[in-house]
Design a protein around this ligand. Structure first.
Ligand SMILES: [Zn+2]
Length: 73
């Protein structure tokens, strides 16, 4: 790999299966995962990940509320 790199990538790597994709691709044709624009290493970013954190936090709140209800009325 040449050290002198362009800022714009022609391809990006799928973060899930390392398949080379076009930079404008939004879905990996190989593993069907959604991919975002390339980061500075040329690997596609993973979009929408914060949503899973939000739903995880929501699930924890529900579990907490449930246990509170069961043990403390
Ligand atoms: Zn993939």
């Amino acid at each position: 790999m040449a050290k002198k790199e362009e800022k714009k990538f022609l391809v990006k790597k799928c973060p899930y299966c390392s398949t080379p994709l076009k930079t404008e691709d939004k879905v990996c044709f190989s593993c069907k995962h959604r991919v975002g624009p390339p980061d500075k290493t040329g690997t596609a970013t993973i979009p929408g990940r914060w949503k899973s954190y939000v739903s995880l936090a929501g699930a924890l709140v529900v579990v907490y509320a449930y246990f509170r209800y069961v043990f403390f009325g």
